[in-house]
Ligand binder design. Structure first.
Ligand SMILES: *[C@@H]1O[C@H](CO)[C@@H](O)[C@H](O)[C@H]1NC(C)=O
Ligand SMILES: *[C@@H]1O[C@H](CO)[C@@H](O)[C@H](O)[C@H]1NC(C)=O
Length: 401
């Protein structure tokens, strides 16, 4: 994003605001992890100090807002769960330091999540760097003998939670997904930075599923898998000013994993930049029967720089051609619009709509799309299979509806 200043400005403003305006009214309690025994030396296991600070902040019914404060320093942390009925308070976790995983990758690797927030409401995480030190696990996986490697942990997970804010957080080298939002309502992610090598396996940036009213804004995501992945049961998702690359781009799916699956509805992606990614704006489903659907997706304003598949609907997603019966996808894709999309495709097919024969795509809409093939000698083209829609304004390559 090139605007870390913005984040630190916000944080210092926030800090000042919280400590000098709220505190005198005694509506705010501050829990410094140091006073619970944490040490920012990068060596001392501070897990218990963090969970104790959480328990104290969560139990506090006297104040409206509790702040868990993590000063500068490096804090060694094992997997931890933050849960409980903290209904009387909102909790702000204000992080100035870096949270680091143990050097033995198996400690995180055997857990599903490094930091797991479950069933909470009104929690904000402001600032901080989370360093999961994923390299050792990726090396284990790359060495072939996969069954000897643990599957790996998501760095930061929110499950069954409401009214969540994650702002100015940096996640580096996650073992698996960086951030997962699952079964949540009203989550705002802003100024998120994600960093992992383009070659790191399954390190999706932000994954959302079974959740509604989610915003992801002003974030930079450089990773090895999807920039943002959108799973079944996602409704009212707003993505704006996100930069992706390296990685696999923004993806709705994979859908049709199961027969009984919730749909994806009302997704907006505005002002996104994709640099050297595998996909730009993708919708993908397995070729299997399913009750799932995708309805109401608005891709508006995207720049593609050397993207392999800038615009793609792939309803025949079957990596390795394994365990995919020769069937069509039951996922109904409708009302998907692409407007003001420009840039370059790294492959000849810049627009690909590979839809389902049994449930064709309907109401696709292309408007003011200008994509060229990076190899100047050939023009980009589009591909349609069971794709119904209309083109408006200038569309290059020509649409094939
Ligand atoms: C669609 O989602 C946006 C937020 O992304 C929301 O503002 C809007 O009201 C939703 N529309 C409908 C019809 O629910
Ligand atoms: C798609 O949008 C059109 C008009 O905007 C609407 O009539 C139709 O019901 C929508 N499709 C679905 C599956 O909701």
């Amino acid at each position: 994003m090139g605007k870390p200043l913005h984040i630190s400005f916000f944080l210092s403003f926030f800090f000042t605001f919280v400590f000098f305006i709220l505190r005198p009214s005694s509506a705010t309690n501050v829990y410094n992890v140091i006073s619970f025994g944490a040490k920012g030396d990068g060596l001392t296991d501070s897990t218990k100090a963090f969970t104790d600070a959480w328990a104290a902040a969560c139990a506090c019914i006297a104040s409206t807002t509790s702040i868990i404060f993590v000063p500068r320093g490096r804090y060694l942390l094992r997997p931890a769960v933050f849960s409980g009925q903290c209904t009387r308070t909102s909790i702000i976790i204000l992080i100035k330091g870096t949270l680091v995983a143990p050097s033995d990758y198996r400690i995180l690797g055997k857990a599903d999540n490094w930091f797991s927030f479950e069933g909470v409401s009104g929690v904000s995480i402001l600032g901080g760097a989370l360093d999961a030190r994923g390299h050792a696990l990726w090396a284990c996986k790359a060495a072939g003998n996969q069954q000897h490697c643990p599957s790996g942990a998501t760095t930061l997970s929110f499950t069954n939670s409401n009214n969540i804010m994650i702002k100015g957080v940096l996640s580096v080298n996650s073992q698996m997904f960086h951030i997962v939002i699952n079964g949540c309502n009203n989550v705002h992610l802003q100024g998120i930075s994600i960093k992992a090598p383009g070659s790191s396996p399954n390190t999706d940036g932000i994954h959302v599923q079974l959740s509604a009213n989610i915003a992801i804004v002003r974030s930079i995501i450089r990773t090895g898998d999807d920039c943002i992945s959108i799973g079944p049961g996602t409704r009212n998702l707003w993505i704006e000013r996100v930069k992706c690359g390296p990685g696999h781009g923004i993806s709705i799916g994979s859908l049709a994993k199961d027969m009984e699956e919730e749909g994806v509805e009302n997704v907006t992606v505005r002002t996104a930049v994709f640099t050297g990614t595998q996909n730009g704006l993708r919708i993908k489903s397995w070729p299997r029967p399913s009750k799932g659907f995708v309805n109401g997706v608005h891709f508006r304003g995207a720049v593609m720089d050397n993207v392999q598949y800038p615009i793609v609907i792939d309803q025949n997603y079957c990596p390795g051609d394994e365990d995919c019966p020769s069937q069509e996808s039951g996922v109904k894709v409708s009302n998907v619009s692409y407007k003001d999309i420009e840039g370059t495709s790294a492959t000849e097919v810049a627009i690909k709509f590979h839809c389902s024969a049994t449930d064709p795509c309907t109401f696709l809409r292309l408007e003011d799309v200008k994509l060229s093939y990076v190899n100047d000698e050939r023009v980009a083209r589009s591909f349609c299979r069971y794709a119904n829609g209309k083109a408006y304004g200038l569309v290059q390559p020509d649409s094939c509806f």
